[in-house]
Design a protein around this ligand. Structure first.
Ligand code: CMP
Length: 224
């Protein structure tokens, strides 16, 4: 039963679309499905790797921290995203920590199964490479923001990145705490609060119920 359920989950993961039935079956045999509550560390920066993870539902942050405990958020992952592939590919320690932002369902795939699948499937190698290239593009954009934008612009870009179009409006649907925005853009929480207040006064951000926000004017149409 667990095997059938695992197969059904794996078939819905974009990274694995190219695998045939037999490949899905052998991957499912080496997979475990888990649920973790909010705030749980799934992989820790610097540790050796055992598994690749696929996020089936919920959101998790990818984070690095320095010796003083200062943290920077590199990315926020959502349903269908995978993580933990980097240390499998280069056999180096985990490059970052991944921590749940809400209750999350994961599929973990053992290192050996993942590597065997990469060796068998050219398409899967391409899918992993596409994921890596997407991250590089996101990282390039982040470097550009840090180098060229002021804090006002950086906050505006984060809001735009996290927004989606709903009924013709740009909405930030998930709660985005100021502390988390601050960790994404290398600013203090107080600074982010001041900027958010300014954006609200200028009418660019309209707070809605349950922490959602509507973006208006120039930040709602910010296209790279
Ligand atoms: P790994 O190094 O095994 O463990 C931490 C994981 O975080 C890493 O693999 C990637 O899957 C993920 N990760 C690291 N850096 C980024 C980033 N800049 N954007 C998205 N995910 C990342």
């Amino acid at each position: 039963m667990a095997l059938e359920e695992n197969k059904a989950f794996l078939r819905r993961v974009p990274l694995l679309y190219s695998l045939n039935e037999q490949q899905i079956e052998s991957l499912a045999a080496g997979s475990v499905r888990r649920n973790y509550p909010k705030g749980r560390t799934i992989v820790s920066e610097g540790e050796p790797s055992q598994s690749l993870y696929i996020l089936l539902s919920g959101r998790a942050k990818v984070q690095r921290s320095d010796l003083e405990g200062k943290e920077v958020i590199l990315a926020v992952l959502g349903s269908g995203d995978f993580f933990g592939e980097m240390s499998m590919i280069d056999d180096a320690p985990r490059s970052a920590s991944v921590i749940t932002l809400e209750s999350c369902d994961f599929m973990s795939i053992a290192k050996d199964s993942f590597k065997a699948m990469l060796a068998q499937s050219n398409e899967m190698c391409m899918a992993v490479m596409r994921g890596l290239v997407r991250r590089l593009r996101d990282a390039d954009q982040k470097i550009e923001s840090l180098a060229l934008l002021d804090v006002y612009g950086r906050v505006a870009r984060v809001l735009m990145d996290f927004s989606e179009e709903i009924d013709g409006e740009r909405i930030v649907r998930n709660r985005l705490p100021r502390q988390e925005i601050a960790k994404m853009i290398g600013a203090s929480r107080e600074m982010v609060s001041r900027v958010m207040k300014g954006l609200e006064l200028d009418g660019y951000v309209v707070p809605m119920s349950e922490g959602r926000m509507m973006l208006r004017g120039k930040i709602a149409s910010w296209v790279d």
